[in-house]
Design a protein around this ligand. Structure first.
Ligand code: FPP
Length: 247
């Protein structure tokens, strides 16, 4: 049961008002650091702390799926020192995460192409997935080397392979089948995507899955984002009238 504040019917949000699946584009780390005269890597470290707080909070209030955008297929274009510092941050974070999310029973999954990461990092990603897969808590998808177009291309290729081998017939191809070839296979589509830092872009995040997702843009930079901001986003979401193309 979650108590957030006002919605249109009462002062209390019930579980029925809660989004089942929240996506977050963790944006604004660089600007946060720049404003303080710090290196961008300091913004990413501060962003990692926010990530931890918000993840735990989502699990506490009963969110079932949380997908965070940590590193996109396009982020490799950043200066080498920034990419390296992000990889170091992921490594130290994932070492701690092995123990960290155990108490909350969080299931950790990585969405994206793991093959481009170093052996150490890939091993940590797999260890996190393996050690958490039998837990029964919130599913945390960490999008790393993730791009939605890349995900869709990969799905098209794999469907083609299965058509060629006779495992799938062309007549079987429908939206449900395509969804089952995505990294998020078996999971519900996000109800709410939050983008802090005031940018109004989707940036190649969950393109297929967000066909009917509600977007909430917030002006705070990600390292400053807190649990009250999350409550506010959920309140905004609960006041939306979702019609899924109907009336
Ligand atoms: C976008 O902000 C943020 C990133 C590319 C990195 C996100 C990574 C973290 C928050 C680290 C925590 C994640 C894990 C899994 C430990 P930006 O750098 O583009 O900000 P800007 O638009 O202000 O420059």
């Amino acid at each position: 049961m979650a108590f957030f504040g006002k919605n249109k019917k009462s002062n209390i949000l019930t579980d029925a008002d809660l989004p089942v699946h929240i996506g977050i584009i963790m944006d604004g780390n660089g600007r946060w650091a720049k404003k303080r005269g710090l290196p961008r890597s300091a913004g990413h470290s501060a962003g990692a702390k926010t990530f931890r707080t918000i993840t735990r909070y989502c699990s506490d209030i009963g969110i079932k799926y949380l997908t965070v955008y940590a590193f996109s297929t396009e982020n490799w274009k950043r200066p080498e020192n920034e990419v390296n510092s992000l990889m170091d941050l992921f490594k130290s974070y994932l070492e701690e995460a092995l123990a960290d999310f155990k108490d909350d029973s969080i299931v950790v999954k990585f969405i994206g192409d793991k093959s481009r990461f170093s052996d150490d990092l890939r091993k940590l990603m797999i260890e996190n997935e393996e050690s958490s897969k039998n837990r029964d808590g919130m599913v945390l998808n960490i999008a790393m080397n993730y791009g939605s177009r890349d995900e869709i291309v990969r799905a098209v290729k794999n469907i083609s392979i299965d058509v060629k081998s006779g495992k799938v017939s062309v007549d079987d191809i429908n939206e449900k089948l395509v969804s089952s070839y995505l990294y998020t296979s078996g999971q519900p589509d996000p109800d709410l995507i939050i983008r802090p830092s005031g940018e109004h872009r989707i940036s190649n995040f969950l393109l297929w899955q967000s066909a009917y997702t509600e977007f909430v843009i917030m002006n705070k930079l990600w390292p400053d984002f807190n649990t009250s901001d999350l409550n506010e986003a959920i309140n905004i979401f609960s006041g939306r009238n979702r019609r899924y193309g109907g009336i």
